[in-house]
Design a binder for this molecule. Structure first.
Ligand SMILES: [Zn+2]
Length: 446
C-alpha cells in the first residue's frame, strides 16, 4: 500500500518537473493556499485553552526567509513574544514540559533561549502520535527561533533529543556619514545622538578615543566631529545593527581619529586602539579537560553536540578574570549551562563562562581587562567542577586557545598600504560636499 503511494508520488514529481516554470509556480502557490486551509482548523484544535492563535503565515517572513533558508513547510503554531511572556508558558500550552527540557539540553551549546525579547518569533512544527493531532499527545518536531531577519536558530528533533543549527546572515553594510558640532550647553553624546548616531556607537567612539581624549573634561562647544557608520541590510530591509567605520574628532586644533580595518580599530598612524585579550582567564595553568570541538558527537545518543568552548579542570571557587574590557550582557541561570556570564567586548568579540558557582558582576556593568568577574563551579549539567570558556567572533564561537584570538598591536606592515587607502576613502566620505545618503559597501569592514 505505502509502496504504491510512493510510486504515484514519484511519477507525479516527474510530471511536475516537466511543466513550464509558470505552471509550476502556480501549482506551488495553490498548494500553499490549500495547506493553509487544511492546517488552519487543525491548529485551532491543538490549543486546549482559549488563547487566540496568531496568524499562521507572515507573508513578509516567507518573502525574506525563503531566499536564504529552506523552509520545510508551514508551521503549525507561531508565537510572537510579548512583554512578560516566558518560554515555559508556550511549552506548557501544549503540555510539552519534557520536550522543553530536551530543547534546553541542545540550547546549552548555543544559549539562544535565555533572552526572550519582545517581538521575537518562535515557530513550532507539531504532530500527534499516529498523526492524530490529539492535544494530549503532541510531538514537537521542529522549532524555529527568529531573532531578526539576519539571525535564526532551528531546533530539529532527532530521536528523543534535538540538534540545533544557527544561521547568521552577514547581508550587506551601507555606509553613511554623520557630521556635527557640539552645541553650547550640550555634550558630544547628546549632539551625536540628536543627529541620529545610535547610542551604542557613541559609546564605542568614547571607548576608542578615551586614552587620548577625556570627553567629559576636555571637549567643548564648537568641537566638530565626523563619523561614518554602516547599517546592516538583508536585501532592502535594515536589521537595526550598526557599526562605526571611522571617526574624526576636532578639539583644540588637534584631530583624534579611529578607523576600523578588518574588524579592529586603529588611529591614523595604524596603531591599535583596543587592548589585546589575555589568552587565559584563570591565574594558574589548569589542565584542559575538554577541547573546542564544533563536530563533537554525544557518545550515547549520537546527537551532534558541538563543544563550543574550552574546559579547564578548575576546582570550585577558582577566580575568573575578564580577558578584555567590555560590558556584562548576561548573568543567567540555565538548566544545563548552569550559572553563566556573557561579556560583550566590542561589536566583534564576546566571551562566555559556564557552570559558575558565583558571579561577581551584574548585567550592564562595565568590566576591565584583568578584573575578577566570577568564581568557577559545577552548576547545571556538569560531571565535575570545571570552567567552560567560550570566545566568539561575530557571534560565532572560535577556539579560545587557537591563533584567531586577537592580540592587536597595530596594522601589520604588509597591510599598511591597504589601511592607508581605507583611511583616505573614509576621510573623503567625511569631507564630501554632497551628502551621500547611502553608499553601499560590504568590503573589508567585517
Ligand atoms: Zn565545556
Amino acid at each position: 500500500m505505502l509502496n504504491s503511494i510512493k510510486q504515484k508520488l514519484i511519477s507525479l514529481f516527474e510530471l511536475f518537473s516537466k511543466l513550464p516554470k509558470l505552471h509550476r509556480q502556480l501549482i506551488v502557490g495553490l498548494s500553499l493556499v490549500c495547506m493553509l486551509l487544511v492546517l488552519a482548523p487543525t491548529s485551532y484544535r491543538l490549543a486546549s485553552t482559549d488563547i487566540a492563535l496568531p496568524e499562521l503565515v507572515d507573508p513578509e517572513y516567507i518573502a525574506t526567509v525563503e531566499q536564504h533558508v529552506s523552509m520545510p513547510n508551514i508551521p503549525d503554531y507561531e508565537w510572537v513574544v510579548e512583554a512578560g511572556d516566558t518560554l515555559g508558558d508556550v511549552f506548557s500550552l501544549f503540555n510539552l514540559s519534557y520536550t522543553m527540557s530536551k530543547i534546553l539540553e541542545a540550547d546549552k551549546n548555543v544559549l539562544s533561549l535565555d533572552v526572550i525579547n519582545k517581538g521575537d518569533k518562535y515557530r513550532f512544527w507539531l504532530r500527534g502520535n499516529d498523526d492524530s493531532y490529539d492535544s494530549k499527545n503532541i510531538v514537537l518536531t521542529r522549532m524555529e527561533q527568529v531573532l531578526g531577519i539576519e539571525h535564526q536558530v532551528v531546533f530539529q528533533r532527532n530521536g528523543d533529543g534535538f540538534e540545533y543549527q544557527e544561521t547568521i546572515l552577514e547581508g550587506s553594510w551601507r555606509q553613511r556619514r554623520i557630521n556635527g558640532v557640539i552645541k553650547s550647553g550640550s555634550s558630544f553624546y547628546k549632539s551625536a545622538v540628536a543627529l541620529g548616531l545610535p547610542a551604542n556607537d557613541v559609546a564605542v567612539i568614547g571607548r576608542l578615543l578615551k586614552s587620548k581624549l577625556d570627553f567629559s573634561r576636555h571637549t567643548a562647544a564648537g568641537d566638530k566631529f565626523q563619523v561614518v557608520i554602516s547599517s546592516q541590510y538583508i536585501g532592502d530591509i535594515a536589521t537595526g545593527n550598526t557599526k562605526v567605520e571611522g571617526v574624526r574628532f576636532f578639539n583644540r586644533k588637534q584631530v583624534y581619529s579611529a578607523f576600523s580595518f578588518k574588524g579592529n580599530y586603529f588611529d591614523s598612524a595604524g596603531d591599535g586602539l583596543e587592548r589585546a585579550f589575555s589568552r587565559y582567564v584563570v591565574n594558574a595553568r589548569y589542565r584542559v579537560s575538554s577541547r573546542f570541538n564544533p563536530r563533537r558527537k554525544h557518545p550515547i545518543t549520537g546527537l551532534i553536540r558541538p563543544h563550543n568552548g574550552t574546559d579547564f579542570a578548575t576546582p570550585k571557587g577558582t577566580s575568573i578574570y575578564s580577558p578584555g574590557d567590555g560590558v556584562v550582557k548576561r548573568v543567567v541561570r540555565h538548566k544545563y549551562a548552569g550559572l553563566y556570564v556573557e561579556i560583550q567586548h566590542s561589536y566583534k568579540y564576546r566571551t562566555r563562562y559556564l557552570h559558575l558557582s558565583k558571579s561577581l558582576v551584574r548585567k550592564g556593568q562595565r568590566v576591565k581587562r584583568g578584573q575578577k568577574i566570577a568564581l568557577s563551579g559545577n552548576t547545571g549539567a556538569s560531571t565535575g567542577a570545571h570552567l567552560h570558556y567560550e570566545f566568539h567572533v561575530n557571534q560565532k564561537p572560535i577556539n579560545a586557545m587557537g591563533s584567531k584570538v586577537p592580540v592587536v598591536i597595530g596594522v601589520d606592515r604588509k597591510s599598511m598600504l591597504a589601511y592607508k587607502k581605507r583611511v583616505l576613502d573614509l576621510i573623503k566620505l567625511m569631507e564630501s560636499e554632497k551628502l551621500t545618503k547611502a553608499n553601499t559597501n560590504s568590503n573589508n569592514s567585517g
